[in-house]
Design a protein around this ligand. Structure first.
Ligand code: PLP
Length: 357
């Protein structure tokens, strides 16, 4: 089965096989990694290696801390304002779709939010022209969502924010290509797309920003406290952390993020090319803002949606139903979705079109 689900999403087959082989007796300990103390020698080695490998993959500078936490990206929607905006300053947010909308709604609980720009009036199908953005030079930070998982809209540039720290919800794009971590103040991501299983949240935070937090930050969301405790102030999601480590090793075998970027760009280009050249399928997103990871598409006749999905399942193509808020279809083509999977999808779509157009 080829899994096009938006998240929790496909994991590399070899990673799953290795986890299965190691499951019951981890490194000769007579127990699984799930049953071990997070403070024991074996798990500490797993944890440290995963952090080292993630740092190497993303080329994380030393003045950034890397955290492996619980609470999902949604937890970070609150953690970001709580940690970075102690003084009541405005918080700048770019509004580009469903996930930035949720981040905004959460931040509004903690202080004034300035919407820098919004693509709402364009149906969230584009990125607002950066020459129209109303950035506040006194803002605590600027938050954006580099890849909107539901709308399939992606920034293919890093916003310029001067001295104001840039915060990015990279849940559905992290590890899809190299990034320059030094351009960001905070990067966070729920793991369940390109990192590993659900339950783990990766946060990369520039160390000087940890001095800012207000007194009332809940301990589990407190960056400085979690850094001081090596992400173990409370019990971390140990199994997910271990599995993420296996994914990082797999990524290195694929040529790191430069290798991943080549494959990902090729996969996306192929699929968009096919959709654009068809009279039967349509992608609503402006070409310059199309996501490499989530490709929404609609059929010429939505009465065919049900049979498209049913036949796709029968052909071994799973998880293509679009998000309930937008309908239609969505193919999520994260790192673990092979080029062969995309080829099989295109072949199926062409065949379906021929039979129904
Ligand atoms: N942000 C983005 C871009 C997402 O795609 C998602 C969905 O998984 C979330 C945030 C919410 O993440 P979580 O479910 O880990 O809280």
């Amino acid at each position: 089965v080829f899994n096009f689900s938006a998240g929790p999403a496909a994991l590399p087959e070899s990673v799953l096989q290795r986890a299965q082989a190691e499951c019951a007796d981890f490194r000769g300990a007579g127990m699984s990694v799930m049953e071990m103390s997070h403070r024991g020698k074996i798990f500490m080695e797993v944890a440290e290696k995963a952090e080292r490998d993630l740092r190497a993959l993303l080329n994380v500078p030393d003045d950034y801390a890397v955290l492996f936490l619980q609470g999902g990206a949604t937890g970070q929607f609150a953690a970001v304002p709580l940690n970075l905006q102690p003084g009541g300053q405005a918080m700048d947010y770019l509004d580009t779709g469903a996930w930035s909308g949720k981040a905004i709604k959460e931040a509004q609980k903690y202080g004034p939010v300035n919407i820098v720009a919004s693509s709402q009036s364009h149906g969230y199908a584009s990125i607002p022209d950066s020459s129209t953005w109303k950035l506040d030079p006194g803002a605590a930070y600027v938050h954006y969502t580099p890849n909107e998982t539901i709308g399939g809209v992606e920034f293919h540039f890093v916003p310029e924010t001067g001295d104001v720290p840039l915060v990015a919800d990279m849940s559905s794009t992290i590890l899809s290509r190299p990034i320059d971590v030094a351009r960001y103040g905070v990067i966070y991501a729920g793991a369940q797309k390109n990192i590993g299983p659900a339950g783990l949240t990766v946060v990369i935070v520039r160390r000087d920003l940890m001095e800012r937090k207000s007194a009332g930050v809940p301990a589990v969301l407190d960056y400085a406290l979690q850094v001081k405790n090596d992400s173990m102030y409370n019990t971390p999601p140990t199994f997910a952390w271990y599995l993420a480590g296996l994914v990082f090793e797999w990524l290195m075998e694929q040529g790191g993020l430069a290798g991943m970027a080549q494959v990902n760009e090729r996969k996306a280009r192929k699929l968009y090319h096919f959709v654009d050249n068809s009279e039967f399928y349509r992608n609503p997103v402006e070409p310059s803002a199309r996501s490499w990871m989530n490709v929404p598409f609609i059929l010429a006749d939505d009465a065919l949606d049900g049979s498209f999905l049913k036949q796709a399942e029968e052909a071994g193509l799973s998880g293509l139903k679009g998000h309930r808020s937008v309908g239609g279809m969505r193919a999520s083509i994260y790192n673990a979705v092979s080029e062969a999977a995309v080829d099989a999808l295109i072949e199926f779509m062409a065949d379906f079109e021929q039979r129904h157009a």
